[in-house]
Design a protein around this ligand. Structure first.
Ligand code: DC
Length: 232
């Protein structure tokens, strides 16, 4: 029995997982584990090593030896790839598509899931991704699935970029839809509802409202080990 909870948040791109998991981590003193950042780091490492994103066997070997770590820095979680801070380099639209492609390979998923379980098994953690409640920790203390209308999710992605660096909205929407299809129809660990997960449609909600809703829905078991307990 863990002393501190494991909370999972899954959902498609732009559903609000990152903003919400950051706030939830702050409110409940949990460590945040962004599993998408790990697939992104894998795509970046592959590009740097000249390994095609379509080559599952070579990617699997690359991932098994990948030196990946997270470091908390002034409230922000930085991702280190072979000791180098790759937090910005993994956020480009190109690496987003690459992450979606590398994550379709079984060997890549196995290496990442192994690492994620090791990082989170002691509890006191909130994981965000596509399969954190279905595959990584099916026995999590609380599971959430966030979703929103595709146009709203694309708009959130669009607004993340400064006015000068933005692509046309239609292109962002196309990429979001393409990733939706790839992430939910792949053979291995596709995005789907985890058993016992709470589904929240964030289309018309602010991040704060989503966090409030999540805290309200936390089961008593999951509240144990959180500061403030049931009155959080
Ligand atoms: O959450 P994100 O946009 O940073 O994720 C990037 C890609 O990584 C996403 O398109 C699919 C993949 N991914 C995954 O397959 N499983 C996860 N648990 C997290 C992300």
């Amino acid at each position: 029995m863990r002393e501190r909870p494991i909370i999972t948040i899954d959902g498609p791109s732009g559903a609000g997982k990152t903003t919400v998991s950051k706030r939830l981590a702050e409110r409940a003193s949990l460590t945040r584990l962004d599993t998408g950042a790990m697939y992104r780091a894998c795509a970046l490492a592959a590009r740097e090593a000249g390994v095609p994103w379509s080559d599952g066997a070579r990617l699997g070997r690359l991932c098994a030896d990948l030196r990946l770590a997270f470091r908390q820095e002034g409230g922000e979680m930085r991702i280190l790839l072979c000791g180098e801070d790759a937090s910005e380099a993994i956020r480009t639209p190109e690496i987003s598509m690459g992450a979606s492609e590398v994550s379709t390979h079984k060997a890549v998923r196995e290496a990442m899931v192994r690492l994620q379980r090791k990082m989170g098994e002691k509890g006191g953690v909130v994981l965000e991704g596509r399969d954190t409640g279905t595959v990584v920790f099916p026995d999590a203390d609380a599971k959430f699935v966030l979703d929103a209308a595709a146009a709203v999710r694309a708009r959130r992605r669009f607004l993340e970029w400064g006015a000068g660096e933005r692509k046309p909205f239609e292109e962002v929407l196309r990429e979001v839809l393409l990733r939706d299809i790839q992430d939910s129809t792949r053979e291995h660990s596709p995005l789907r509802m985890a058993e016992g997960a709470v589904y929240i449609d964030t289309t018309t909600m602010t991040a704060e409202e989503v966090v409030e809703e999540m805290l309200r829905r936390l089961l008593p078991e999951a509240r144990k080990g959180l500061p403030g307990g049931a009155t959080l």
